[in-house]
Design a protein around this ligand. Structure first.
Ligand code: GDP
Length: 195
């Protein structure tokens, strides 16, 4: 299968309700992660862009599911970030309802769950991981901000992430740095595998 041409990418739409989710025979990859984990930066790194997916936008402001079409061959779905402390209860509930709907609809072929390589995953991360596990679709976990770790911290931190999220052995845990580019090829290969 021809490599994905990541230079061909377009923003398609922003969905605020299940009726707006894209239903298509084109495969889709769903990216999830808590606010500030670097989800936009990971997507931008994959695309070799600086500002395609927003970076550093006010976290938790909008609860939307954003769709990009890459190379006309795969949708990349940017799920709304979670776990931002200053978000109102109302917005939190909107997030939870939209995620329930999104996962119930099952409109993706691969999940990419992004966590912070430096820290033990949060309770919200554990919840998100269980959404992916229950979805019955393949998913990978990306441990971002690897550049912020000392070499000696990498293995123990990855082990803690795997254990805390209770990730099955079949699920890959990919060390990643959106800043430096480490892990880019491995994540692109996982995406390419569902095309
Ligand atoms: P999002 O809210 O998950 O979309 O996170 P952003 O992509 O906006 O990133 C949040 C902050 O983390 C920004 O200041 C980024 O520059 C920084 N960041 C993202 N990825 C990395 C990384 O791999 N390494 C480092 N050192 N910083 C990162």
């Amino acid at each position: 299968m021809k490599d994905l041409n990541v230079n061909r990418v377009e923003f398609v739409k922003s969905a605020a309700a299940p009726a707006q989710f894209i239903r298509s025979s084109v495969p889709a990859v769903a990216f999830a992660g808590k606010s500030n984990v670097g989800k936009s930066s990971v997507i931008n790194r994959l695309l070799n862009r600086k500002n395609f997916a927003r970076v550093g936008a006010e976290p938790g402001k909008t609860v939307h599911v954003n769709y990009f079409l890459v190379d006309g061959r795969v949708y990349w779905i940017d799920l709304p970030g979670y776990g931002y402390a200053k978000v109102s209860q109302r917005e939190r509930e909107r997030w939870a309802a939209l995620m329930e709907d999104f996962f119930a609809a099952g409109l993706f072929q691969l999940g990419v769950m992004i966590v912070d390589a430096r820290h033990k995953p949060t309770a919200d991360d554990v919840t998100m991981a269980s959404y992916f596990k229950q979805a019955g679709r393949p998913f990978v976990v990306v441990a971002n901000k690897l550049d912020k770790l000392k070499k000696s911290e990498v293995e123990p931190n990855l082990a803690l992430i795997r254990e805390t999220l209770a990730i099955p052995d079949t699920v890959a845990l990919l060390p990643f740095s959106a800043e430096k580019g480490q892990g880019r090829e491995a994540l692109l290969a996982a995406i390419q595998a569902v095309l």
